[in-house]
Design a protein around this ligand. Structure first.
Ligand SMILES: Cc1cc2nc3c(=O)[nH]c(=O)nc-3n(C[C@H](O)[C@H](O)[C@H](O)COP(=O)(O)OP(=O)(O)OC[C@H]3O[C@@H](n4cnc5c(N)ncnc54)[C@H](O)[C@@H]3O)c2cc1C
Length: 193
């Protein structure tokens, strides 16, 4: 059954049924930004733009597409997942190919280097698969690795130190930075409706 609509207090299914809820966890994947659809460029699955092995859009000279908006293919023809690491590495490759275009040199093919995958679940809880053998890490070790890797990926030393300081404070104080909901309709549900 497909989901047609998610409202503040319900989910509407394509057969007309409704599920009353105000907590919805969407795990249906993501699609490319709306801009891709409006560009008129050829699209693949989930609205992702068709690109060549050099990340350029075929038949549109000077146009590159990369990251979540692009259907970046592995050598076996399967699409790479929409991940930050794919986007980052594609960015580097596209920049080099643009420089190659300017210098009149041949472009390079995009090769993704899979360094592993990590997911933070909560306090002291994370999971990671690292290295070529996809060694699994769990619990506090994976949690500390996630923090270290994500701090390192920030763009400057100041940002890294600030992030580590904020995370350390959150960990010790067991608090999260303040957040608020400014949509009253999202905080009210009329179950009798
Ligand atoms: C909840 C969640 C968790 C994730 N966790 C991870 C993770 O742990 N590890 C990982 O590797 N990846 C993770 N990802 C995926 C990762 O965030 C993306 O793959 C990555 O950000 C893609 O980078 P990008 O530059 O292609 O797109 P984005 O980072 O989405 O950047 C696109 C930018 O374009 C802007 N934009 C869109 N349309 C327009 C327009 N018309 N005009 C101007 N600007 C526009 C958007 O506002 C956005 O700022 C996660 C994604 C989500 C949603």
């Amino acid at each position: 059954m497909k989901v047609d609509e998610v409202g503040p207090d319900r989910v509407k299914l394509s057969d007309g049924r409704e599920i009353l809820t105000r907590t919805v966890v969407w795990a249906g994947g993501i699609k490319a930004a709306e801009l891709a659809a409006r560009s008129g460029l050829p699209q693949a699955h989930s609205g992702r733009l068709e690109i060549g092995a050099d990340l350029a859009v075929p038949a549109f000279p000077g146009v590159y597409a990369l990251g979540d908006v692009a259907n970046t293919l592995a050598p076996d023809g399967s699409p790479f997942p929409q991940l930050g690491s794919v986007a980052l590495q594609a960015g580097r490759c596209a920049a080099n190919n643009i420089l190659a275009d300017i210098d009149g040199k041949p472009r390079s093919t995009f090769h993704y280097r899979d360094k592993g995958i990590m997911a933070m679940i909560g306090r002291n809880a994370a999971i990671a698969e690292v290295g070529q053998r996809r060694r699994e890490l769990h619990g506090p070790l994976a949690y500390a690795s996630w923090l270290g890797v994500h701090a390192w990926l920030l763009s400057g030393y100041r940002e890294r130190v600030n992030a580590l300081g904020a995370w350390a404070w959150d960990y010790v104080a067991k608090t999260r930075s303040s957040a608020f909901i400014n949509r009253p309709d999202a905080s009210h549900i009329d179950w009798g409706e």
